[in-house]
Design a protein around this ligand. Sequence first.
Ligand code: HEC
Ligand code: HEC
Ligand code: HEC
Ligand code: HEC
Ligand code: HEC
Ligand code: HEC
Ligand code: HEC
Length: 309
Amino acid sequence: MPYKKFLIVAAPLLLLVIMLPASAFSKETASCLACHSSMKGRLKSAAGALIELNVDADRFQQSVHGGLSCTDCHMRFADNPHATPGAAVPPAVVALAQKLSAKHAVDPVAAAACTGCHEETFTKVLASVHGKNIIEKKQTDGAFCIDCHGSPHYIVKVKDPRSLVSREQQVETCGRCHGDKKLIEKYQLQENVMESFKESFHGRKLHLGHTKVPVCASCHNAHDITTKNDPASPVFGKNKLQTCGKCHKGANEKFIPAITHQKPGPIPHYTEKALILLLLSTFAFIIIHVLLEAFSDIRDAIFRKGREE
Ligand code: HEC
Ligand code: HEC
Ligand code: HEC
Ligand code: HEC
Ligand code: HEC
Ligand code: HEC
Ligand code: HEC
């Protein structure tokens, strides 16, 4: 074994021996972390993907997956330090990994591995507009698990305010793409959804800290999102009755149009303009009236003065 290679393997193992007594991780995970929690920066892989080398051991441990082994997701890396590609990975995961390989170029097997424990969710996302964008249209700028949930190593419960999909952060998370001019243009997405949500009654109340108003996924769902023209969508036609009805008992067809991201229709628009015009003309009338009265007082005063002399 060449001297340098020996060092690369031996140094972390030594570190591992030092760290082990204090470590809550499995032996294997501790060995991965011996390198990956001490390395910093980015490196270009052979395939050209940019690899972020550092994994923060404390944050990983505190995440929902802190009890997992690195190789529960990085299945190819079964031997230490790095396996030869093709370590025993279930065929179903290999097939999924192939479909995800453009989007997740660093380790597609790890991205596909979520299905092992979250199969139902995974299947829903694959069939959603977001999944089809990746699998069928072969694009890389759409949304898959970690675009919404954040780094795979630091995922926290969705109710935790630190979660990117929590009530506190979800609007910003969807808005990263749905408020992005380039993506809106590229995919012909509806333009005003972010502004119209923020200006809506719901959006304003959310801003004030109301805890019951809906955020994006309350009306669109989180994983099986489709276009509004799909009868399965919660915002398709009459499905809206049920969607609004979750919180507004007895929501009817007159109630629903109140919130659809549309700009205010012509009637409220012109009503508002007319009211402003009315207000301005009332003020103008009062001012002219006061001026005329003042003028007539002055004129009277001068006129009378002249006659009295
Ligand atoms: C001896 C230090 C060392 C150990 C131990 C180590 N890694 Fe790495 N790892 C690296 C380096 C260096 C890279 C940068 C690219 C490369 O060489 O593949 C890397 C890259 C990676 C990547 C990016 C993808 C790729 O193909 O390069 C993943 C994922 C990864 N390591 C996971 C793990 C896991 C999981 C373990 C434990 C089973 C582990 N590593 C153990 C040093 C190490
Ligand atoms: C819950 C599954 C999961 C676990 C557990 C996990 N990873 Fe990852 N990891 C991923 C996914 C998914 C990616 C992104 C792969 C991609 O986009 O190609 C990734 C990426 C990486 C990368 C490359 C980082 C980057 O963004 O370029 C390294 C290095 C890495 N993991 C190391 C580790 C180490 C070390 C552990 C154990 C402490 C670990 N991972 C545990 C899922 C996981
Ligand atoms: C478009 C954004 C988005 C994508 C993509 C996404 N999620 Fe989610 N996920 C959410 C939101 C939002 C919630 C919270 C839902 C709620 O509060 O009802 C959530 C909740 C969850 C939950 C917890 C509760 C539940 O509903 O099951 C799990 C587990 C989960 N996601 C896993 C995944 C996995 C695995 C993937 C990839 C296959 C994924 N998510 C892709 C947005 C997303
Ligand atoms: C080996 C099994 C396993 C794998 C693989 C796995 N998870 Fe998990 N995941 C879990 C478990 C177990 C929990 C629940 C922890 C708890 O309830 O405290 C969880 C929780 C979550 C949650 C939070 C759910 C909530 O209730 O708030 C999300 C989000 C999530 N996982 C996403 C992912 C993503 C994304 C991947 C792939 C990168 C992945 N998981 C891979 C086992 C796994
Ligand atoms: C990483 C970027 C990204 C994130 C994050 C994201 N989306 Fe999307 N979304 C897209 C893209 C791209 C499309 C269009 C896909 C296509 O047409 O191929 C889309 C499509 C949609 C559509 C269907 C629109 C249409 O015109 O057919 C809805 C609804 C939607 N997303 C809602 C959400 C919600 C809700 C969230 C947050 C929970 C979210 N998205 C997060 C990128 C994203
Ligand atoms: C109160 C429920 C509600 C909330 C909250 C909500 N939406 Fe919508 N959304 C709708 C309805 C209803 C429609 C369909 C409008 C129509 O029929 O013209 C829609 C349409 C859309 C569309 C266009 C879908 C298509 O197929 O063309 C996108 C994209 C979208 N919403 C994204 C979002 C995002 C992002 C958020 C969070 C910032 C959000 N929505 C919050 C109810 C909601
Ligand atoms: C997750 C629950 C939830 C969903 C889903 C929801 N709303 Fe609301 N909505 C609220 C809450 C909470 C308020 C604020 C009530 C208050 O403070 O008086 C509100 C207020 C409103 C208001 C203003 C006050 C009022 O009661 O007239 C309108 C209009 C409204 N929602 C329309 C809709 C429409 C239309 C939909 C479906 C597209 C919808 N909402 C879906 C929870 C929801």
